[in-house]
Design a protein around this ligand. Structure first.
Ligand code: 5GP
Length: 178
């Protein structure tokens, strides 16, 4: 079966064309906002890797990237609420313009943890860009500076997002049946 076709129990929530167009818009907005500055994109593994790869190529100007990893949901579709840092950045962040790149903000626990940890390293600026936002499940309020799409309370996969490591290769964002 082609990755462009849906599978039983999987419905297309955001099409490949919609994702592509929105990523292009976000890239243009970020390029304008950071004009003349050196931007460091900090992507959260593994889910945000696909978004990062596309977003990066829509940003003009001076941009570098690095990765961080936090503890994930494992095979469950509900958050355990416990966030741990599994991989840190390679270089210091002091004086740098840092933009966290997330795949999805759900409860906000991961992002608020990252913001707390990274702000202590005195970056020149620290902002957040997420492809998806599920605000109805928020436990911890967080400020999102750039958001691709606001989505309902569904468990989504594709475009880097997984369920038990599957579906990351889907070029669209799909929702799994309950
Ligand atoms: P939070 O800490 O905001 O609850 O969750 C952030 C992380 O949970 C995301 O980076 C992602 O790994 C995972 N997550 C939250 N909602 C979903 C979802 O609907 N689908 C998938 N695949 N992962 C999710």
């Amino acid at each position: 079966m082609s990755v462009l076709e849906t599978k039983p129990g999987l419905e297309v929530l955001i099409s490949q064309e919609q994702v592509r167009a929105r990523v292009r818009e976000l890239g243009a907005e970020i390029s304008r906002d950071y004009e003349g500055k050196e931007l460091l994109l900090l992507a959260v593994l593994k889910g945000a890797a696909v978004f990062l790869a596309d977003l990066l190529r829509e940003i003009s100007g001076s941009v570098t990237y690095d990765f961080m990893a936090t503890s994930s949901y494992g095979t469950d579709t509900k958050s355990s609420g416990v966030v741990r840092l599994l991989k840190d950045v390679d270089k210091g962040l002091a004086g740098r313009h840092v933009l966290i790149v997330e795949d999805i903000v759900d409860t906000g626990l991961t992002l608020s943890y990252l913001l707390e940890v990274l702000s202590q390293r005195e970056p020149a600026s620290l902002r957040v860009c997420t492809l998806l936002d599920k605000p109805t499940r928020r436990v911890q309020p967080v400020q999102i500076d750039y958001c691709g799409f606001t989505i309902p309370d569904r468990f989504v996969v594709g475009y880097g997002l997984d369920h038990d490591e599957q579906y990351r290769n889907l070029p669209f964002v799909g929702a799994l049946s309950e």
